[in-house]
Design a protein around this ligand. Sequence first.
Ligand SMILES: [Cu+2]
Length: 156
Amino acid sequence: MKMMRYALVAAALLGAQSLMLATPAAAADKVCKYEITANDQMQYSMKEMHVPADCTQVQLTLNHIGTLPKEAMGHNWVLVKSSDLTAVANAGLTAGPANSYITPGDKRVIAHTKTIGGGQSDTITFPTAGLAGQSLMYLCTFPGHNALMRGTFKVG
Ligand SMILES: [Cu+2]
C-alpha cells in the first residue's frame, strides 16, 4: 500500500517518464559499495572487481591516495566493455585535459568518475542492469596510465 502511494506520487511529480523508475523492482534496489584507491605509482588497489548478481546498483568511490596534482598524476575510473578499452583510451587522449580525458557523450563508457588528483576522491552510482555476463573492464584514461591501471569487472 505504501509502495503504491509512493509510485503514484512519484508519477505525479515527475510525469510519465518516472513510471519506469517507480516499478516495484526499483523498491528492491540493493546498492553495493566499493572503494578503490589509486596512487602516485599509477596503480589501482584492485585488479578485479566482482559484483554479486543481486546488487542492482554499484556505488563506487575512487580515492586518490597520492599527493601529485591532477595535471601530473590524474586518475579516473572508467567502465567499458573489454573490447572497447583501447578505443575509449585513445578517444580519451583526443578529448584531452579539458574533458578529463573522457570524450563527452561517449556511448562506450558505461560509467565513470571524474579525473582527480592526489588527496581527492569521487563517488559514483550506476545500475548493473544489463551488465551481467558481459566481459567488462575498468581503466584510467589519463595519458599512458591504462597499461598499468586496468582491471576486470564482473557482475553476477
Ligand atoms: Cu591514472
